[in-house]
Design a protein around this ligand. Structure first.
Ligand SMILES: [Zn+2]
Length: 198
């Protein structure tokens, strides 16, 4: 690892154990180079027929597919960053519909990442078009997703599939509760019912 220098006095930082972690710290003053994670966003844009993915025109992951997303700037709310990345990468305005999940990408020798994933839909009239960092943009059905550039995006999509499945189950339960008399009895209930007597 190249040497790092104190931002206060310019000394070369030395390893020091602080709160159980080995960090780089200044031997002359109290400056410590804390290793903070970078914050990123990713967006699952739901459209008729599936979700929107872009094929990357840049490294890392050149030629592979990914969700729209990227690093959150210092002055940005993560939701604003998510919408900005959609404008840049798939050339489309989106409306975020919910927070999907928070994920963590541990790294050694580079900043780890905390990712914040949102669900979104295209804004009215938005058309998909590849931005400068994408070779192409395409809609993929959920049951035939391509190989992705980042394992974390696979995790986000798995989380999305789980959330969709639990929403569908909840809406089935609501429908059943709303119409208790309109449904035929289940086979088990039909069997347990005493025979009808006249
Ligand atoms: Zn110093």
């Amino acid at each position: 690892m190249p040497p790092h220098y104190c931002v206060r006095c310019g000394s070369v930082l030395e390893p020091r154990v602080i709160e159980g972690r080995e960090l780089e710290a200044c031997p002359n003053d109290d400056f410590v180079l804390w290793r903070d994670p970078k914050v990123a966003s990713a967006v699952v844009v739901e459209v008729d027929g599936g979700v929107v993915l872009g094929r990357r025109a840049i490294e890392p992951g050149y030629g592979l597919w990914c969700l729209p997303g990227g690093f959150v700037n210092d002055d940005e709310h993560p939701a604003d960053a998510a919408m900005r990345e959609c404008t840049e990468e798939i050339s489309a305005a989106v409306e975020l519909t919910s927070l999907l999940c928070v994920y963590h990408v541990p790294k050694r020798g580079a900043h780890s990442m905390v990712g914040i994933a949102y669900r979104a839909r295209l804004a009215d009239g938005a058309q998909l078009r590849a931005g400068a960092e994408m070779l192409e943009v395409r809609i993929f059905p959920l049951d035939s997703l391509p190989p992705l550039a980042f394992p974390s995006h696979r995790q986000v999509l798995d989380e999305f599939l789980r959330s969709q499945a639990s929403e569908e189950a909840a809406s089935r339960r609501r429908a059943a509760a709303a119409a208790p008399h309109g449904r035929p009895p289940s086979p088990a209930r039909a069997q347990s019912r005493p025979p009808h007597r006249r």
